[in-house]
Design a protein around this ligand. Structure first.
Ligand SMILES: Nc1ncnc2c1ncn2[C@@H]1O[C@H](COP(=O)(O)OP(=O)(O)OP(=O)(O)O)[C@@H](O)[C@H]1O
Length: 260
């Protein structure tokens, strides 16, 4: 199985020497989804930031982060610019904060495409339209001219998914992409993401604090607790036979209804 990214012995310390992430290890494989799960403050977002080369300057990091076999510590700002967005797609928790409020959707996506690959305006528009249709957005003609504030949270998140997938990344990172959405929209978006990742063959890292969502999305689950990965196994093993008391607790505090 092709390894797309590896996190080896990742430790992140705050400026006052607190361990915020301690000795994390996991691998991301092509065509597979790994879920990082843990409560608020367990270190999930810092792990993602480290993988994207975006840790706050005052933090100290040790360990190795590899993307397609390359140690990302050696990436120049220019290489990072190339990798982020084109080879690694990111879906944030709050799409409204990631989208520009004063640029129409069609132009925002077109600009992303044209900043990474050389295509004519017309071809960029065609690709953007196709991608917006792929994430099940309707009335694409109208949508291309609309601004984020005119769309619902669920529609904006579909736009972010389209943006993240536009350049056919090899790795998709989604940080709690549905936590700001109502339950029905959440289920629709999760099902869309699951279909798109399965069909594209890319690797994905999905962050959530919800074991039910992890069980629905992932092939492998890594449970984070106070900065450490305390349990990591196949989804089946973690959901059906959780070993750690904290994982059992995560399961018990979840509703009994399963997504299908
Ligand atoms: N810029 C920062 N400066 C200092 N400490 C930080 C900073 N960002 C995060 N932390 C601390 O690092 C720890 C891990 O934070 P992180 O954001 O990775 O958690 P998380 O698991 O993603 O939580 P959430 O689900 O709430 O996003 C927390 O104790 C947090 O307070």
């Amino acid at each position: 199985m092709t390894i797309i990214a590896e996190v080896k012995e990742l430790t992140i310390r705050s400026s006052d020497n607190q361990d915020l992430v301690l000795n994390s290890n996991f691998s991301l494989h092509a065509g597979k989804t790994l879920c990082l799960i843990g409560e608020s403050g367990s270190g999930k977002t810092l792990t993602i930031k480290a993988m994207l080369g975006m840790l706050p300057n005052q933090m100290k990091m040790s360990g190795e982060l590899l993307f397609k076999g390359h140690n990302t510590a050696h990436f120049s700002p220019r290489e990072w610019q190339r990798v982020r967005g084109s080879q690694i797609g990111v879906i944030p928790q709050h799409p409204e904060q990631a989208l520009h409020p004063a640029i129409p959707i069609g132009r925002q996506l077109g600009d992303v495409l044209r900043s990474h690959i050389s295509v004519s305006k017309l071809e960029a528009e065609r690709k953007v339209r196709r991608m917006l249709e792929k994430v099940s957005l309707k009335t694409v003609d109208k949508l291309m001219k609309q601004y984020p504030f005119e769309l619902s949270g669920g529609m904006n998140q579909r736009v972010m998914i389209a943006m993240a997938l536009l350049l056919e990344p090899e790795l998709l990172i989604a940080d709690e992409p549905t936590s700001a959405l109502d339950v029905t929209t959440q289920a629709d978006i999760l099902s869309l993401l699951r279909d798109l990742t399965a069909e594209s063959g890319m690797s994905s890292l999905f962050v959530t604090h919800d074991l039910l969502i992890a069980g629905y999305m992932a092939d492998t689950i890594a449970v984070m607790y106070r900065g450490e990965i305390i349990e990591q196994d196949s989804t089946m093993a973690v959901v059906q036979y959780p070993k750690h008391a904290y994982t059992k607790e995560l399961w018990q505090c979840r509703s009994p209804f399963m997504l299908s």
